[in-house]
Design a protein around this ligand. Structure first.
Ligand code: ADP
Length: 542
């Protein structure tokens, strides 16, 4: 017997329709590529999204067509999120920090037919568009007066497209399982792989994401997503903002500490979300200038492990609550978030900070397991380390264009992350399986070593990699970037570990570097570090 409730598809268009109807005058503020501040609201975004949608339909865009964007976080990008998915086409966000050759590869794999881009990316577009035979239409996200000189023919101005489209549109109804957006993994190992989200997966992820133990977003919040809209849909924040009617503030390309702080204060930002490297820049800025946050209450940190020193600084010195979250492109991305339970109320401040340093527990909808080398289930005792497997309605089943390959193991997605799980289900990611240091049959967590190093006052950034060792197979090498003007030598750095980890976990050597290479999503690029230092002669090797 079926239930007798209304059958309505979970579609992305319903989000913007709702935001327009109930939060139409709520502001959406963007720092533009031109450097100025632009103000609009949900009503306007919806109206312009309809115009773009009509213009695309008039030019023959069909459901399932892939339409690419190369753009920063801004209102026009938001309009495209709703215009493209709203008519059943696929919003394909491309990471502009990739090499032009990789971008061409991705655009060809996706067979993108249109490309919308911020004008700062004109040189990039000139460099790769000619290599993409399916790319028929190029749209610069500006007005005619600001159209940049282009080496490729036929570039249209975004504002002309908005003008051309009628504002009259009823968003079409279709199957909620239809594809809505496409995002490629950054390809740190091999070619990038496309993750194709559906309307249903996006809506379920959005409803979970706003809930109190995750982003806890409401109409009274002002959210600034630092996490880019070109990577995993900015962790879903544009959709979550529309679902709640929260005010949105987009930082555009200016992600340095000073620019972010200025926007946080000017717009009354209460919540933000981003990777640790961005927060490091913001914290350095407020520390150096002796500033305070007047409205900021919470920040979501994820994408790589949040160093405990950063967590403590935010919470103890700036009164900003940190929510540590874990996820992947393949998981939409939210897989876990570290919200506390009533039983933790009795814990000391230090114990709470230690708990919040974990990646947290899955929200409803996500299931997890840890398995050993033979695929056997390991206990949730906070000690056994194994690979994290995940399952749920917003977790990838198969990569785009790879019909013949199943990445799943018995219906579970293997994450490639190594973790422990405690009896309450809190995950602690100790490493990526390819980054873990295997020393004499024991595993050393590169994340643990980095976190300890980064708590040293003279250290700005630290990375730990495995270097081959004749006796122990692999031993840890620490690469350190010192804070400006700080004094720190090898011996002092190594002595810092003495009372913090077992002796065999202490790195064998330290090299000081000017910078640590970051990948296209702002994470430390361990592959580049291994290329640079993988043959470093260890003093213990003789
Ligand atoms: P890519 O795999 O392309 O770098 P993703 O953004 O999909 O891009 O990265 C997902 C990976 O990032 C996870 O598998 C995990 O290794 C790492 N990660 C994400 N969040 C955290 C976190 N809070 N702590 C530790 N690692 C994290």
């Amino acid at each position: 017997m079926n239930g007798l409730m209304m059958q309505e598809s979970l579609l992305i268009s319903s989000l913007i329709r709702y935001a327009d109807r109930f939060h139409g005058d709520t502001e959406i503020v963007s720092r533009r590529v031109e450097g100025d501040i632009h103000r609009t609201n949900y009503r306007e975004i919806h109206a312009r999204a309809k115009r773009i949608a009509n213009a695309l339909l008039a030019q023959g865009v069909k459901p399932g067509d892939r339409i690419a964007t190369l753009a920063w976080n801004g209102y026009r990008h938001m309009e495209l999120y709703f215009a493209i998915s709203g008519i059943g086409a696929v919003m394909h966000t491309i990471n502009p920090r990739l090499h032009p050759g990789q971008i061409a590869w991705i655009a060809n794999d996706a067979a993108d037919t249109w490309l919308f881009y911020d004008i700062t990316f004109q040189p990039l577009v000139d460099a790769f568009a000619g290599q993409c035979p399916t790319l028929g239409r190029l749209v610069a996200m500006t007005d005619k007066a600001h159209l940049p000189a282009s080496k490729v023919d036929g570039v249209i101005a975004y504002e002309d497209l908005v003008e051309a489209g009628s504002p009259e549109l009823e968003w079409p109804d279709f199957d909620e399982n239809a594809a809505s957006s496409l995002c490629y993994t950054s390809g740190t190992t091999g070619n990038p792989k496309g993750v194709l989200y559906s309307h249903r997966s996006t809506l379920l992820h959005t409803m979970m994401g706003v809930s109190p133990d995750v982003l806890g977003l409401s109409a009274s919040d002002v959210i600034l997503p630092v996490v880019p809209m070109f990577h995993v849909n900015a962790w879903g924040v544009p959709y979550m903002a529309a679902l709640t009617g929260a005010k949105l503030v987009f930082p555009g390309p200016a992600l340095d500490g000073a620019s972010l702080y200025e926007l946080f204060e000017a717009e009354g930002v209460t919540v933000s979300a981003g990777v640790p490297t961005v927060w490091q820049g913001l914290l350095n800025h407020v520390m150096q200038k002796g500033l305070r946050f007047s409205t900021m209450r919470r920040t979501v940190v994820g994408g790589s492990a949040c160093p405990p020193a950063m967590l403590a600084k935010f919470e103890n010195e700036y009164d900003v609550q940190v929510l540590h979250a874990w996820g992947m492109t393949e998981t939409s991305p939210i897989g876990s978030a570290c919200a506390l339970k009533p039983k933790h109320r009795g814990l000391s401040h230090e114990q709470i900070l230690a708990l919040k340093g974990k990646q947290g527990r899955p929200p409803y909808g996500v299931n997890i397991r840890i398995v050993g080398d033979e695929g056997e289930d390991l206990p949730w005792d906070d000690e056994a380390q194994g690979e994290l497997l995940i399952k749920g309605p917003w977790v990838l089943r198969r990569y785009f264009n790879r019909e013949d390959e199943s990445p799943l193991l018995d219906g579970w997605f293997p994450t490639g992350d190594v973790c422990t799980i405690d009896p309450d289900g809190y995950i602690h990611i100790t490493d990526r399986s390819k980054d873990v240091i295997k020393s004499g049959g024991e595993w050393i967590s590169s994340i643990d070593i980095e976190n300890i190093a980064m708590a040293h006052p003279a250290v700005a950034m630290a990375a730990c990699i495995a270097v081959p060792h004749p006796k122990w197979d692999e031993r840890p090498l620490l690469v350190v970037v010192k804070r400006p003007d700080a004094e720190l030598g090898r011996e002092e750095m190594l002595a810092w570990f003495a009372d913090k980890v077992a002796k065999w976990q202490i790195p064998d050597d330290v090299v000081f570097a000017d910078a640590i290479p970051l990948g296209a999503t702002g994470k430390m690029l361990k592959t580049a570090l291994r290329d640079a230092y993988g043959k470093h002669p260890l003093p213990t090797a003789d």
